[in-house]
Write a protein that binds this ligand. Structure first.
Ligand code: SF4
Length: 502
């Protein structure tokens, strides 16, 4: 039995697809996209960018990111058929559309925010800035400095040569070349190793080393040089740190960006700047300790922007966290090799807190009860701090039973040295000191505690409901556009659930 299907009735008011359809057809100015997709004189007619945009955003809202999945959905899924007007763009057309969206996506994102604002979804009271590290479409095995990559290329070439000479020796011993299938497999392996070595050498020939502000060389990646190796709670990944500034009222994402660096400090000011059109003079910006630096705090102070940026000592100063260590999750054996006994057992060496310092006598007493003496000099180190060094006598350390726990290299270090840092004299009007006082005050703590509740559910929605587990594109421009597409989906969903034009 065949039932008649009315396509327009498939888009139910209040649903994501309904809001998306209305938004693209009646609200968004897509003239920039239209210009890009003007028909050529020859060849097949181009698909309307509105249709392609609807398909891509509906797909992202359901975790369908690959262009082949989207192509299949346009053939079989009634909502995709309804929203696309039963058109069937190929996976190549969809992939080309997404990878070329980069420059236009920012304007679309801004327009959707204007609609959210008109609907009263942006409160402007508190913005929470945070980041989530996501794997890039690149393997971390292909990362390294130029010297490390050159070493890798040589190793691959050596491995290929070794396979060839091993099998030549084997063949000459037996007098027969062995069966054909085996030979073909060997040759495939050798070719793959040589190709990879050649690719690495080509990359080294055509690129210059990436350097940080201090001139130190950064690791780069052959497949996606803009991505970076970064530590996460699930181990080290090759990825990007996706950034979002979220408004506290309805968790609308106000600004979205990415960085190919594990350090997020440099992203605070750009994110505040991107969020500025939707902030007012009283909007409070909050961010965790990963964004804290004296430079950032002073810049926010100079802008007159109310802000609560945590510093790394904030938890230690807060009496509510004094026994938080006992609630710490146990290491996950899947990622922590030491928990399974496979990794090297790490020795916890004595640190300065294990020594008793006597500033008057200018001595320190070590855990074995021996006295270390100051050299007498006090050195000026960065940020107005002063350092004093204390050294043990070699004869005291020589026969000490605690040597392995005290010295990092007991086989070559004669005596322990420990440094005491004298606290710098603090200016109470310094912006960083004022920030500390603000965040430690009862009102500051209450406001800062809203940060997690504002931003983390957004990441949870994108990562779990929208199945954003990794970026599938490469390069800062395309990965940034993909992140903004996901953020756009999140905001349209907020609009749909708010009853907009229902
Ligand atoms: S190694 Fe030296 S400084 Fe360390 S505990 Fe032993 S005696 Fe003290």
């Amino acid at each position: 039995m065949f039932l008649p299907v009315v396509l327009s009735e498939q888009l139910v008011p209040g649903s994501f697809a309904f809001a998306l359809n209305l938004l693209v057809d009646e609200e968004l100015d897509l003239s920039a996209l239209d210009a890009r997709f003007r028909n050529e004189e020859v060849g097949a007619s181009a698909y309307d960018p509105r249709v392609l945009l609807k398909i891509v955003l509906l797909g992202y809202s359901r975790g369908l990111v690959s262009s082949r999945q989207l192509e299949r959905a346009c053939e079989h899924d009634i909502q995709f058929i309804a929203i696309s007007g039963d058109s069937h763009p190929s996976h190549a057309q969809l992939a080309k559309f997404v990878s070329g969206l980069g420059p236009q996506i920012k304007a679309l994102f801004h327009q959707v925010l204007l609609t959210c604002d008109a609907q009263g979804l942006i409160g402007r009271e508190l913005f929470a800035i945070d980041g989530v590290k996501l794997p890039a479409n690149a393997s971390k095995e292909r990362s390294g400095t130029h010297a490390e990559l050159l070493h890798r290329a040589r190793r691959l070439e050596k491995a290929a040569e070794k396979i060839v000479s091993l099998h030549q020796a084997q063949d000459s011993r037996t007098g027969t070349p062995g069966d054909e299938a085996l030979q073909a497999r060997r040759q495939q392996r050798v070719d793959a190793l040589r190709r990879e070595a050649q690719r690495t050498r080509e990359f080294l020939r055509t690129t210059t080393p990436r350097r940080n502000r201090k001139g130190q060389e950064l690791k780069t990646n052959i497949t996606d040089p803009d991505s970076a190796k970064m530590a996460t709670s699930k181990g080290v990944i090759q990825g990007y740190a996706a950034q979002a500034a979220v408004d506290a009222r309805h968790q609308v994402i106000i600004a979205a960006d990415i960085t190919g660096s594990g350090s997020e400090q440099a992203m605070l000011l750009p994110m505040v700047e991107q969020a500025r059109p939707f902030a007012d003079a009283q909007t409070l910006v909050t961010a965790d300790a990963g964004y804290h630096s004296d430079v950032n705090v002073q810049a926010l102070h100079a802008q007159g922007r109310p802000a609560l940026i945590a510093d790394t000592q904030m938890r230690q100063r807060d009496e509510r966290f004094k026994d938080h260590a006992q609630h710490k999750a146990q290491p996950d054996p899947l990622y922590d090799k030491q928990a399974t006994g496979q990794g090297k057992p790490s020795i916890k060496h004595f640190g300065p807190s294990d020594f008793r310092f006597d500033p008057k006598a200018r001595t320190a007493i070590c855990p074995a009860g021996q006295t270390l003496r100051s050299s007498g000099a006090i050195y000026q180190v960065g940020k107005g701090q002063r350092r004093e060094d204390f050294k043990a006598r070699p004869e005291d350390c020589q026969g000490c039973a605690l040597r392995t726990q005290c010295l990092r290299h007991p086989e070559r270090t004669a005596a322990r040295k420990v440094s005491l840092f004298h606290a710098r004299e603090l200016d109470p009007n310094d912006p960083s000191q004022r920030m500390r006082r603000a965040i430690d005050s009862p009102q500051g703590r209450a406001l800062y505690s809203r940060r997690i509740a504002t931003v983390e559910p957004v990441f949870a929605n994108l990562r779990h409901n929208k199945r954003l587990s990794r970026f599938t594109l490469r390069g800062t421009g395309k990965v940034g556009a993909q992140w903004q597409l996901f953020c756009l989906v999140h905001n349209i969903e907020k609009l749909a659930h708010s009853g907009w034009r229902r």
